[in-house]
Design a protein around this ligand. Structure first.
Ligand code: PAN
Ligand code: ZN
Length: 185
């Protein structure tokens, strides 16, 4: 059991959601092409020199302890690795029976979701659309538009991130741009 004494060092606080200058005073994760190129189906020499930022995440300064909630904003930039849309690494939560909620703020994307038993689902995300990711479902965001995809997220702070399972077995489907169309295959 988490006692009030161990949890209550964090006092109520507010932060600004000003998209021109997001700073939640917590972790700021920046993932560039070179950091995550292995998640894409093929490599793209045209991105090697520029090594663009594919996405960044601004997290709240909250302890990773049961009882707390971590909230965040992800900005997933527009672009493609050859024909494959920019996307996040994707993960299961280490504590698998923890859910997550995403709220679309700007742009258009897809949230690919899958379970270890082989179930798969695609959820659309866009401004004002809420995506519920149940416990046990891995999730990956894909930007299918020509503007940044920005979404707010919130999940139990003790959930943790298991990237290894996805790094080994990937998602069952990928999202490509082919002749101007979004193709999931
Ligand atoms: C999100 C993701 C964020 C980046 O905060 O962590 O969008 O995606 P990856 O973690 O897969 O690189 C979340 O789902 N947290 O649990
Ligand atoms: Zn998550």
């Amino acid at each position: 059991m988490i006692s009030e004494r161990s949890c209550c060092k964090v006092r109520p606080f507010t932060v600004s959601m000003n998209l021109d200058n997001i700073n939640f005073n917590g972790n700021h994760i920046v993932r560039r092409y070179e950091d995550i190129k292995s998640i894409f189906k093929s490599t793209d020499i045209s991105l090697e020199d520029k090594n663009p930022v594919i996405y960044e995440v601004f997290e709240s300064p909250v302890p990773e302890k049961q009882g707390h909630l971590i909230f965040l904003v992800t900005i997933l930039y527009p672009g493609k690795v050859n024909e494959e849309f920019f996307m996040t690494k994707g993960h299961y939560h280490t504590v698998e029976n923890t859910a997550e909620v995403y709220l679309g703020i700007k742009g258009k994307g897809l949230i690919l979701c899958q379970t270890k038993s082989g179930d798969f689902e695609v959820a659309e995300i866009s401004e004002n659309r809420v995506v519920y990711i149940p416990p046990f479902w891995a999730h990956r965001a894909v930007n299918i538009f020509d503007e940044p995809l920005i979404f707010f997220g919130i999940y139990p702070a003790h959930a943790g991130h298991d990237y290894e399972t996805i790094a080994q077995s990937g998602f069952v489907k990928r999202v490509f741009s082919k002749n101007g169309r979004v193709v999931i295959e």
